[in-house]
Design a protein around this ligand. Structure first.
Ligand code: SAH
Length: 321
């Protein structure tokens, strides 16, 4: 078999993986750690809705909703603190996995599903995406003997084939990653927001400046495995290049905020106040609530590696930035 470019391999492997497996057996995401994550993101969306003039109806879109936990937590809070927004919003979910769609349908009755952002109907929109872009395919270039070679997959090993990329002045073994899919997706999102109004909040793990490191990783059963295991048996991810996303959105004329560390972002939205209020209501859960918040926000855990980036059609700062 001919060597397959890494991004093509990764797209194929993840499509098979998300279609057939329960990803949550392999990794835990922020909304699965604490209900406060979805609650604060719901509050963020309500503030944005006011910033765009309270359109009714308005689309609330989530890309890659997983089990639907984030959105269920957000909607429960909105019904209580922002009933006008709760009744104006129309829920649209971008999800390719039939299995996860079924799980989302149980928690989010009344939603509409789409395979791609382009399929979501027009209108002012607020979009949330947590740990979505890290699953999109990347290309990798390896710097060796003064030239860049592009990583391909041949059977169960990597091969590096000649590439026309300019060599530059980098150390031997440097790895340059390009997330074309994430970049193009963000550009399309920004173009939509500029045309129709709205804002997006992207949260993921990644870097604010190029690292020249290999960030491709594979998880199976919660453990790191080789990315070259049988396609579809492990979750393949890469760190998100936030500078590239910001650039892509700005090129479309959108306003970009952050990236901010997830810890700073959640604290600015009132993480501590929410932990204290919930702990007063449920004293038996106080320690769990504090531990969950700590995991999301502390620099040693998810507080700095994970970042938040907002894209808006309007020039004012959205909440948290
Ligand atoms: N946001 C959720 C789930 C993250 S896992 C959480 O925080 O828990 C990634 C999600 O994106 C899954 O729902 C997966 O099925 C979906 N997904 C992955 N690749 C996709 C693609 N190319 N198009 C649409 N959805 C995708």
């Amino acid at each position: 078999m001919d060597p397959e470019r890494l991004d093509h391999f990764m797209a194929r492997a993840n499509a098979a993986y998300y279609a057939a497996r329960d990803p949550f057996a392999d990794f835990t995401t922020a909304p699965e750690i604490s209900q406060i994550f979805g609650e604060l993101l719901g509050a963020w969306a309500a503030v944005v809705w006011a910033q765009i003039g309270r359109p009714d109806p308005v689309l609330l879109i989530e890309a890659g909703p997983g089990r639907g936990t984030l959105m269920a937590d957000a909607l429960r809070t909105l019904a209580r603190v922002a009933p006008d927004f709760a009744s104006a919003l129309r829920l649209h979910l971008i999800e390719t996995s039939p299995r996860l769609r079924a799980e989302q349908a149980r928690r989010l009755p009344g939603a509409a599903w789409h395979a791609r952002l382009e399929d979501v109907p027009p209108g002012p929109a607020i979009l949330l995406a947590n740990e979505f872009l890290d699953a999109l395919p990347i290309r990798q270039f390896v710097h060796a003997a003064g030239a860049w070679r592009e990583r391909h997959v041949a059977g169960h090993s990597f091969v590096a084939l000649p590439s026309p990329l300019e060599a530059g002045n980098l150390h031997e073994g440097a790895v340059y990653e390009i997330g074309e899919a994430a970049r193009d997706w963000t550009a399309a999102l920004a173009a939509r927001l500029i045309r129709q109004g709205g804002a997006a909040l992207i949260l993921d793990y990644g870097y604010a400046q190029p690292q020249f490191q290999d960030t491709l990783q594979a998880l199976r059963g919660g453990r790191p495995v080789s990315p070259l295991v049988e396609p579809g048996t492990a979750d393949l991810t890469a760190h998100v290049d936030f500078a590239a996303l910001a650039q892509a959105a700005r090129t479309e004329g959108a306003h970009v905020w952050g990236p901010a560390g997830q810890g700073d972002f959640l604290r600015a939205l009132g993480l501590r106040t929410r932990v204290e209020a919930l702990a007063r209501q449920h004293p038996a859960r106080a320690a769990d609530l504090a531990a969950g918040a700590e995991r999301l926000a502390s620099p040693a855990q998810m507080g700095t590696l994970f970042k938040a980036l907002a894209v808006t059609s309007f020039p004012d700062a959205p909440a948290g930035f």
